[in-house]
Design a protein around this ligand. Structure first.
Ligand code: CMC
Length: 425
């Protein structure tokens, strides 16, 4: 304990202990508050609530810092691969060569999806959103892979299956939605190259694997790999706290990520930029974003934690420039995005509200350059976030102090009221 805070309530004084994290951030431990005082805390949207202690990811929203297991995301984006970063997040350390090789073998061995699952895809309406499909497919994996008796083996196998099969499920969904033949994973390809090949290879047009595109995808997924207690991760932890299986907890995370204020923002940004390109209405879009009576927000702008800049956005913007320059793929939406960013950054409303572009502002342009269709953008985010969700879930179930998540409320409804029979109403 590093001290306490005094609470005076009624005639009494209470001492609430302070706790400190390894980066010096402090919190008031209120775990005995209700028991001792009868009070609860009220924090809508949990903006001031620490829901757990975690050793996985550190963010400093004022300085624009993001580290996984202590390693700055900039270094991982430059030097690591998504597979290695996934290992780091889940196992807490960078793998030695043999560990990485064994991990790759396991991922390859588990990359196929049960053929019976194809029937599900074929029966979804063609217009279904891929995030809805992915969420239910991941949940359905439990039925195909029932729990093993040995708990440790069960967890390891589930983690490996999820990491490996999620790529196959996502690519299958795309192929089947287009009415095309499914492409199977290949043992000779790396994690990212394999996914690209399953997405884009076709019997009439073999897919040429471009190392720059593979690098871009690795960086894209590394940047999304974890982000401490965000909405979808909290969903995974909350659902997981009921001790459901990991497939179900991840499925809940995918559902949460789908929302346009969270992972769905990458799709919403491209839709907004396309609207500006089609209707030449940039000024109107900015005005709408500033209008208190209009629910519209500038998509890809603002963040609950980052209040100066989002470090992921800088790397994403550089990746965007490199990829477009190299591929000679000119995207008219990039120019619009740059102009919109400049207008917003110089506008008093956005300055006063500390609103800066977030990771999603440029990520859609990177995905477009790779060839990913817009409705699959959030699926790409989900594949990237999977190691983080798994690491956070593992940490929560290993924590001896972890409890069923069950917040309280301040009730504001009617007081004790008599039931009125239907004839009297
Ligand atoms: N455009 C216009 N105004 C905004 C925006 C925006 N993008 N974001 C926040 N504001 C305003 C908001 O209207 C409010 O104004 P006021 O105080 O005058 O009422 C103020 O800023 C604070 O908003 P808030 O909703 O209380 O802030 P928050 O910290 O809860 O919001 C956010 C975080 C990400 C939900 C929000 O910034 C937003 O909706 N952004 C657009 C969606 C988006 O890009 N989401 C992706 C987030 S990054 C990827 C991820 O990690 O999921």
């Amino acid at each position: 304990m590093i001290g306490s805070i005094k609470l005076i309530y009624g005639e009494k004084e209470y001492l609430l202990p302070l706790v400190e994290g390894s980066e010096g951030e402090k919190a008031i431990d209120i775990s005995k508050l209700r028991q001792e005082t009868g009070l609860i805390t009220l924090d809508t949207g949990y903006a001031n609530t620490g829901s757990c202690a975690s050793s996985i990811t550190f963010m400093d929203g004022e300085k624009g810092v993001l580290r996984y297991r202590g390693i700055p995301v900039e270094q991982l984006a430059e030097k690591s691969t998504f597979k290695e970063t996934a290992y780091l997040l889940i196992n807490g350390k960078l793998p030695k060569q043999k560990e990485l090789t064994d991990f790759s073998i396991l991922l390859n061995d588990n990359s196929l999806v049960h053929e019976d699952m194809r029937a599900f895809y074929e029966n979804y309406p063609r217009s279904s959103h891929p995030m809805g499909i992915l969420s239910s497919m991941v949940n359905a994996l439990r039925s195909f892979y029932p729990a093993l008796d040995d708990l440790e083996e069960e967890i390891n196998m589930t983690v490996t299956r999820l990491l490996s099969k999620v790529r196959t499920l996502a690519a299958m969904s795309y192929k089947i939605s287009r009415g095309h033949k499914v492409v199977y994973p290949r043992p000779d390809l790396t994690y990212c190259a394999n996914f690209l090949n399953m997405m884009f290879d076709s019997p009439v047009q073999p897919y040429e694997i471009d190392p720059d595109v593979v690098k871009a995808l690795n960086v894209f997924w590394i940047l999304h790999a974890d982000h401490e207690q965000n909405c979808s991760t909290t969903a995974v932890r909350v659902v997981g706290s009921a001790r459901v299986n990991l497939y179900a907890a991840i499925s809940a995370g995918i559902a949460a990520l789908w929302g346009p204020l969270h992972g769905g923002a990458n799709q919403a940004v491209i839709e907004m930029l396309t609207d500006i390109a089609d209707n030449k209405n940039m000024k109107r879009v900015i005005e709408r974003a500033k209008d208190k009576n209009d629910p519209f927000r500038l998509m890809g702008f603002g963040h609950r934690v980052y209040k100066t800049f989002d470090p992921r956005m800088k790397i994403m913007k550089n990746m965007c420039d490199t990829l477009l320059e190299k591929s000679k793929f000119s995207d008219p939406l990039l120019e619009i995005a740059i102009e919109l960013e400049q207008i917003a950054l110089n506008d008093d409303y956005f300055i006063e509200h500390n609103l800066y572009p977030n990771v999603d502002f440029y990520s859609g342009i990177v995905l477009r350059a790779i060839g990913i269709p817009t409705n699959m953008f959030t699926v790409m985010f989900a594949i990237g976030r999977l190691p983080g969700w798994i690491a956070q879930w593992k940490e929560s179930i290993d924590d001896p102090n972890w409890k069923l998540c069950r917040p309280r409320q301040i009730y504001t409804g009617p007081n004790d009221t008599r039931y009125v029979s239907i004839e009297e109403r």
